[in-house]
Design a protein around this ligand. Structure first.
Ligand code: FAD
Length: 390
C-alpha cells in the first residue's frame, strides 16, 4: 500500500525538515522553530515518550559547558541541569581499590550526568510547544533528492510518504540515511573507522537506598587494554560502561569466567554490582561497536545540511559527541543571523566554519582512546587519559 502525501512551502514560510528526532534533531528543531520556519521532524522510532523501552547508544551521558550553552539558547538549560547529577571530578579506582579524585577544573566546576532518554523526551516536548512545529514519528527516511528536496519515508504499516522541504537538516545519527546521498556527490570526503573495542553497560544498584559509591564523581577503572567507567543516575543507581576489545568480550563465555575477569581487573566493583547480576547481565547484550565518522563538506547546495553524529560520529572517550552536536546548533543559528537566513550562503559558511572544529573533536576523542590502551597508570597520565572534557 502506498500513500502519497506532499507538503511544500508557501511563499511566506519556508519548510525545514529535520530528519532524526534524537538528541541533536530535537534540540535543532527548537532552534529552527524559534526562527519561525515551518518545522517538521521525521523520526524513525515511535514516540519515545510513549514507549515502554527506549533504546539508545548509552543510558546516561556527560553534559558539559558546550552542550549547556546550546540548551540555554532555547530556554532549556535550567530544567535539564536540575535533572542532572554534578560530577566535580573523576574518581580513579586502583586495582587495590584505592580511590583518588582528579578534579575537572577549578573549585565549583563540574560536568553533569544526565539520563539520555529523559533528555530526549524533554527536548521533544519543548519542540512540540512551538505552534509552527510538527513531530512525525514512525517515519524512516528511505530516500531523498538533493535536486528537488523530495523525501520518501517508510511507515511501519508498509506505506510510504513523500514530503518536500526547502531545507533538509540531517540529524539521523552515525549511520545517517541523509549522508548516503552525499556519497554520490562529487568532491565529498568521507571516512569511517571502527575501533577494536566494544562497550557494554552494567547497572550498579543502590545499597540501602543510597548510592553504592560517592555520587558526584565520574568513576573510572583504567586498566590499559580494559577500562570501566560509572556515571550516577537519579534513581541512585550507577551505569557502569565496560570498554574492551571485542576478542576479549568473546573469550568470556560463562558466568564464572565473568567473575574471574572482574576479580582480576575490577575487584572492588564485584560486591557493588553483585555476583549474580554480573553473571546474568554480562550476557544480556553483546559488546556494542563504536565508530568514528569524518566527512566534508556538511552541506549540499542550499538544500541539505548534516549535524550531530550524522556529520561527525566520534568515539566516546572524550565525552563530547552530543555536546559537539549541540554546539553545531548554536553555530548554525549564529550563521543564520549573520547571513539573514539565505541558505545558499549559510550552508557553505557552516561547513567552512564547523568542519575543522568537529574534526578536531573527533581527533581528540581518538587520541584519548589510543592513550587508554597504552598508558602506564600514574596520576599525571590519567589527566590526559580520561579527559571527559568540559
Ligand atoms: P542519535 O542520538 O543517534 O539520534 C539519531 C536519531 O535519528 C535517532 O532517534 C534515530 O532513531 C533517528 N534516525 C536514524 N535513522 C533514521 C532515518 N533513516 N529516518 C528517520 N530517523 C532516523 N556524548 C557526550 O556528549 N557525552 C557523553 O558522555 C557521551 N557518552 C557516550 C557513550 C557512549 C557509549 C556512546 C556510544 C556515545 C556517547 N556520546 C556522548 C555520544 C552521543 O551519544 C552522540 O553524540 C549523540 O547521541 C548524537 O546525537 P544525534 O542526535 O546526532 O544522534
Amino acid at each position: 500500500v502506498s500513500i502519497m502525501e506532499e507538503s511544500s512551502s508557501t511563499s511566506t514560510q519556508k519548510v525545514v525538515a529535520v530528519v532524526g528526532g534524537g538528541l541533536v534533531g530535537a534540540l535543532n528543531a527548537c532552534f529552527l522553530a524559534k526562527r519561525g520556519f515551518s518545522v517538521e521532524v521525521f523520526e524513525a522510532r515511535e514516540d519515545i515518550r510513549k514507549a515502554q523501552i527506549v533504546k539508545g547508544r548509552s543510558i546516561n551521558l556527560a553534559l558539559s559547558h558546550r552542550g549547556r550553552q546550546a540548551l540555554k539558547h532555547v530556554g532549556m538549560e535550567e530544567k535539564i541541569v536540575s535533572q542532572g547529577i554534578p560530577m566535580h571530578a573523576r574518581m580513579i579506582h586502583s586495582l587495590g581499590g584505592k580511590q583518588s579524585p582528579i578534579p575537572y577544573g577549578k573549585k565549583g566546576q563540574y560536568i553533569l550526568s544526565v539520563d539520555r532518554a529523559n533528555l530526549n523526551k524533554e527536548l521533544l516536548s519543548e519542540a512540540e510547544k512551538y505552534s509552527n512545529m510538527k513531530l512525525n514519528f514512525d517515519h524512516k527516511l528511505k530516500d531523498w533528492s538533493a535536486e528537488t528536496g523530495l523525501m520518501t519515508f517508510d511507515r511501519s504499516d508498509g506505506s510510504k510518504q513523500q514530503i518536500r522541504a526547502d531545507l533538509i537538516v540531517g540529524c539521523d545519527g552515525a549511520f545517517s540515511a541523509i549522508r548516503k546521498q552525499f556519497l554520490r556527490c562529487g568532491r565529498f570526503d568521507y571516512s569511517q573507522t571502527y575501533i577494536p573495542h566494544g562497550y557494554m553497560e552494567l547497572t550498579m544498584p543502590p545499597v540501602n537506598g543510597e548510592f553504592a559509591m560517592k555520587p558526584n564523581y565520574l568513576h573510572i577503572w583504567p586498566r590499559n587494554t580494559f577500562m570501566m567507567i560509572a556515571l550516577p543516575n537519579l534513581d541512585k543507581t550507577f551505569t557502569c560502561t565496560l570498554f574492551m576489545p571485542f576478542e576479549e568480550f568473546e573469550k568470556i563465555t560463562t558466568g564464572d569466567e565473568v567473575i574471574e575477569f572482574f576479580q582480576k581487573q575490577f575487584p572492588d566493583s564485584i560486591p557493588l554490582i553483585g555476583v549474580d547480576a554480573l553473571k546474568r547481565d554480562y550476557f544480556r547484550l553483546p559488546g556494542q561497536a563504536m565508530v568514528s565518522v569524518k566527512c566534508c563538506p556538511y552541506h549540499i547546495g542550499d538544500k541539505c545540511v548534516l549535524m550531530g553524529d550524522a556529520a561527525h560520529a566520534v568515539v566516546p572517550f572524550y565525552g563530547q559527541g552530543m555536546n559537539a552536536g549541540f554546539e553545531d546548533c548554536i553555530v548554525f543559528d549564529e550563521i543564520m543571523d549573520q547571513f539573514s537566513e539565505d541558505f545558499s550562503v549559510v550552508l557553505p559558511e557552516y561547513s567552512r566554519v564547523r568542519v575543522p572544529d568537529d574534526h578536531a573533536i573527533a581527533d581528540l576523542a581518538m587520541y584519548n582512546y589510543i592513550e587508554v590502551r597504552f598508558i602506564q597508570i600514574s596520576t599525571l597520565t590519567m589527566r590526559i587519559l580520561i579527559n571527559f572534557s568540559t
